[in-house]
Design a protein around this ligand. Structure first.
Ligand code: 6R9
Length: 646
């Protein structure tokens, strides 16, 4: 038996002390199963509504859902003002730590003032309810303030990860029609200032809709300045009043757009709305992590440029009046113990991170965390990709001191909030499995015809009932929304794009994407996106990209390219050039780990590239079935190109 199969059989019981005081107990599942909509209505009651809803769910026109119909609320009011009004203004909302070691402590009262000032500034700049605002920022408090200021005035934020290129930013600005970009001169990454403003200048120059660029000063780098368009945050926001009356918006008012990779080259603008989204992120944050607002110190290590940052750095924690950590930089700067130092310093009680980070820590060795006092931790979370049992166990032992439950949360940009995960005070844990649909969520594993599967048979994951924080559409493209998620098994079944199996206990194991989406360090990147970037290079005629399993990043990007007739194969130099080209084009996270120049690509008779075979090669496996190949000698040609060791 391999180490991992042995681990897969192991169970970790619920810590008794935690169970005794847990926010939710085992009865929650039955309550939700008996009256799903009543359960979600109770969860919505944890928020403050300006007007109560008439109907919990309108599903009369699937897959277009409306939750809390007729209800009105202000999302920013729920995240800040109401806590201040209830006497918690002095509580810390964020302990922020910059990479160079500078710190800021922001209380709920201060956050309220900053959000009001920023909201007034947006109004002064002519931003109206429903307008889109692009946010391209480092991990600094102003990023949160900007998001909440948009929410406060009913503008729709569209955060683009600061590691994305100017091209990626430009296409997102164009697709969303953003009128304002909020950015910074730069942020600190790996010990040095890293500029953001030049990418904004390039992107905005190529788009039509942006009137202003609002710039936070962070690194004090020199920036180019376009008079009349560019404004300093400190000039415009600092002089505003700290008073701003939050208007209540419809529960279905758009809150944000977040672009995510799909199976085609153009990313999809996932649209989330207000009441249902905030209900489920707040409830799940409270239940999945057993969050105690008065005593916990919560840390999600994601970037706010991803959905995990939106839901579990910003909206969930703030709606629950949590005290959170926000950290600007990378785990190895200035040293590999930086995260553990932060846990010790702020006495973090709940840590939510990704398997790729855990595997990196494993590689660096357990003596690093052992040097720090991590005894404040009581619950650990995982997100972004399946957590392999070895990494699970290492996380449990070397970070959690053997006492903290690990909550492995399966969800997506599209689902907005946790969908499948154990509950720390309820579920006995199985390393490697996300286990149980969240209360009020219906998930199944089905075959190609939609028949339910069990007994460890591999199939497709589907969600069979709508949920409050579900995406409402793809921005500007209802048809694509229906086609992508709601056509494979009819208009009422959500197709997640993940393979899965259910074991004999009914626990769900997630098995990775079934489409052409790769998962690199927990980031979704489409094979097609990287392929189109490669073929945009003057030397490349054709490209095929696969995600090959990688011990640290989950998957690594491996590309096979055919050069144009007149292009010279300069070997390594060309490969480096192509890797840099993709990094510049899409962003460093999309840089291929490996590029192989080949003469031909394996194709089916209908002309589809057989990625499965390429993946076999990339992972050094014996070749799978080649019978559908037009010409199986292609594979030998490719293999001949590989170094002898593989
Ligand atoms: C939140 C987030 C979604 C895709 C999803 C799946 C993978 C995320 C996972 C997981 C297994 C987990 N994924 N969490 N797979 N176990 N706990 O990551 O959103 O960036 O949209 O990615 O990530 O493949 O479909 P997003």
């Amino acid at each position: 038996m391999s180490e991992s199969t042995e681990l897969e059989g192991r169970r970790f019981p619920v810590p008794e002390e935690l169970a005794a005081q847990a926010n939710v107990g085992p009865d929650v599942y039955e309550r939700a199963a008996q009256d799903r909509l009543g359960f979600w209505a109770e969860a919505a009651d944890r928020l403050t509504w300006a007007q109560r809803w008439d109907e919990v769910l309108d599903w009369s026109n699937p897959p277009f859902a409306k939750w809390f119909v007729g209800g009105k609320l202000n999302v920013a009011y729920n995240c800040v003002d109401r806590h201040v009004e209830a006497g918690h203004g002095e509580q810390v909302a964020y302990h922020w730590e910059g990479e160079p070691g500078d710190t800021r402590t922001i209380t709920y009262a201060q956050l309220k003032d900053e959000v009001c000032k920023a909201a007034n500034a947006l109004v002064e700049l002519g931003v109206q309810t429903g307008d889109r605002v692009a946010i391209y920022m480092p991990m600094i408090p102003e990023a949160v303030v900007a998001m909440l200021a948009c929410a406060r005035i009913g503008a729709v934020h569209m955060v683009v990860f600061g590691g994305f290129s100017s091209d990626a930013l430009a296409s997102r600005i164009t697709d969303s029609g953003a009128v304002l970009v909020i950015t910074a001169d730069g942020g600190y990454r790996r010990g040095a200032p890293s500029a953001l403003k030049p990418a904004v200048d390039e992107a905005v120059g190529r788009t039509q809709s942006v009137r202003n660029v609002l710039v936070v000063r962070r690194t004090e780098q020199d920036v180019e300045w376009t008079e009349g368009r560019d404004l300093w945050w400190h000039d415009v926001v600092d002089r505003q009043s700290t008073e701003h009356t939050a208007e209540a918006f419809d529960a279905e008012h758009p809150l944000y757009i977040m672009y995510t990779s799909g199976t085609t080259a153009s990313p999809k603008g996932i649209l989330h709305t207000s009441g249902g989204y905030l209900t489920q992120v707040a409830y799940s944050h409270w239940a999945s992590f057993d969050l105690k607002a008065d005593t916990d110190v919560f840390w999600t290590s994601a970037d706010i440029g991803w959905v995990t940052g939106h839901s579990y750095i910003v909206y969930g924690p703030l709606a629950n009046r949590a005290t959170s950590i926000m950290y600007e930089g990378t785990p190895e700067t200035p040293h590999r113990g930086r995260w553990f130092e932060l846990i010790e310093k702020y006495k973090v009680t709940i840590l939510y991170t990704a398997p790729t980070v855990i595997r990196t820590f494993m590689k660096w060795g357990e003596d690093i965390p052992a040097k720090f006092d991590l005894s404040s931790l009581r619950v650990l979370g995982s997100v972004g990709e399946p957590i392999n049992p070895e990494a699970w166990l290492w996380y449990h032992e070397h970070i959690g001191g053997g006492r903290c439950p690990i909550v492995d949360t399966w969800w997506q940009t599209e689902t907005g909030a946790h969908m499948i995960n154990p509950l720390p005070g309820v579920t006995s844990l199985k390393p490697g499995s996300a286990q149980t649909p969240f209360p009020g969520i219906s998930a199944k594993v089905v075959d190609d015809e939609g028949n339910e599967l069990g007994d460890d048979t591999t199939g497709l994951l589907v969600l069979t009932e709508p949920w409050p924080s579900m995406l409402r559409t793809i921005w500007g493209d209802d048809d694509r929304y229906v086609d992508t998620y709601w056509s494979r098994f009819g208009k009422e079944v959500y197709f997640a794009g993940d393979g899965a199996k259910k074991d004999a206990d009914g626990d769900i194991w997630l098995l990775g994407r079934v489409d052409d989406v790769m998962n690199v360090s927990g980031h979704r990147i489409s094979t097609t996106e990287v392929e189109s970037s490669l073929v945009a290079h003057p030397t490349v005629a054709e490209a095929a990209v696969v995600g090959a399993s990688d011990p640290t990043t989950g998957q690594g990007i491996v590309a096979f390219v055919i050069l144009r007739g007149n292009a010279e194969d300069s070997g390594d130099e060309l490969v480096q050039q192509l890797r840099t080209h993709v990094a510049k084009d899409i962003g460093p996270i999309a840089k291929p780990r490996q590029i192989m120049v080949v003469q031909e690509l394996p194709k089916t008779r209908s002309g589809k590239i057989m990625r499965r075979l390429l993946r076999d090669i990339a992972e050094n496996r014996e070749l799978g079935d080649v019978t559908t190949l037009t010409d199986s000698s292609v594979m030998n040609l490719i293999k001949d190109k590989l170094p002898a060791s593989s």
